[in-house]
Design a protein around this ligand. Structure first.
Ligand code: UTP
Length: 303
């Protein structure tokens, strides 16, 4: 890898309102809702750490201050937990915190994902950086993490940015940002393709492909210039996709087909499914949970 393709920082925007998850998010950041026994944001930061990233830049807001507390390695309860032999329950979190430097920048008002990323400019300016969204989990079951797959593609190239993509069912393209791949498609040996364009939430009849953006990006620093010039779009917000569309005119983007399963924990159904899936994946719960789920389905007359 050439030195100019090094990436050490990941921006994780967590300043959104979480309105789809009200009332749970009235007093609690959605990123701290648990998937089994760990907050969503723990899984996200672990994905970045496992990919070798060294600094997390949270784009945060006043109600989200608890996210920083979660990663504070100086946990005041540690000695009390040790006394009751429960210290091991927070060890994984403390270990994660020790592996990464955390910096926070504020987005005072949620003005869109592009605006959120721009707030990280004083920390990442002039360097390549990754972005991982704070509410989209991608499970890769011990293989290279989703952002790790994008980083590998980025570092194998001399220039350009890389975005992760995942296939979505044809009738769901209107829920996502979609990649135009000029009619090309991935094969088992071609996991990376040049991007022709990005379309925000196209209808199934108009979509250029079924490849959606699940919130994994590796950018060259020029994205920040593009975002500075981006005017507010849909909903008066500065959209990240609009900045990407304008950068695409000057510099290439590559789509990396991620091997993994996505759980959109920002909406209630996606969150419930993520808990069931991660619960079934955990040897401590697998047998009992699957038996209980079957019993419940039977009881509800669903099977
Ligand atoms: P979402 O649109 O999924 O999150 O943005 P949201 O705005 O919190 O959710 P709803 O629609 O109100 O339920 C994707 C990610 O970008 C962050 C969010 O925190 C989320 O992690 N984001 C979004 C910001 O940090 N700032 C923004 O202005 C918008």
């Amino acid at each position: 890898m050439s030195a100019n393709r090094k990436v050490s920082k990941v921006v994780i925007p967590v300043a959104g309102l979480g309105s789809r998850f009200l009332p749970a998010t009235k007093a609690l950041p959605k990123e701290l809702l648990p998937i089994v026994d760990k907050p969503i944001i723990h899984h996200i930061v672990k994905e970045a750490v496992d990919a070798g990233l060294e600094t997390v830049v949270f784009v945060t807001s006043r109600p989200k201050i608890l996210i920083e507390d979660y990663f504070d390695p100086a946990d005041l309860t540690s000695h009390k937990l040790a006394e009751v032999h429960k210290a091991h329950l927070i060890e994984e979190t403390l270990e994660l915190s020790r592996k990464i430097d955390i910096v926070s920048v504020r987005q005072y008002h949620p003005q869109g994902l592009g605006h959120a990323v721009l707030q990280a400019a004083p920390v990442v300016g002039g360097q390549n950086f990754a972005v991982v969204l704070g509410d989209d989990l991608i499970r890769t079951r011990g293989k290279t993490t989703a952002i790790g797959q994008c980083l590998a593609d980025f570092q194998a190239r001399d220039s350009g940015s890389v975005i992760g993509v995942l296939r979505v069912p044809s009738d769901q393209t209107s829920l996502y940002g979609i990649c135009d791949l000029g009619g090309a498609d991935f094969t088992p040996s071609t996991r990376s393709l040049k991007v022709r364009g990005f379309v925000e939430k196209p209808s199934p009849s108009e979509t250029p492909s079924n490849w959606a953006l699940p919130g994994r990006y590796v950018f060259e620093p020029t994205i920040l210039d593009a975002l500075r010039e981006t005017l507010p779009g849909k909903g008066g917000e500065i959209q990240l996709t609009d900045g990407m569309v304008s950068l695409l005119k000057k510099s290439p983007f590559y789509a990396q087909a991620i091997e993994g399963e996505r759980f959109d924990t920002g909406n209630k159904l996606g969150y419930i499914i993520a808990n069931v899936a991660y619960g079934l994946d955990d040897p401590a719960y697998r047998a009992e949970l699957s038996a209980l789920l079957k019993e419940l389905m039977h009881h509800e007359g669903l099977i």
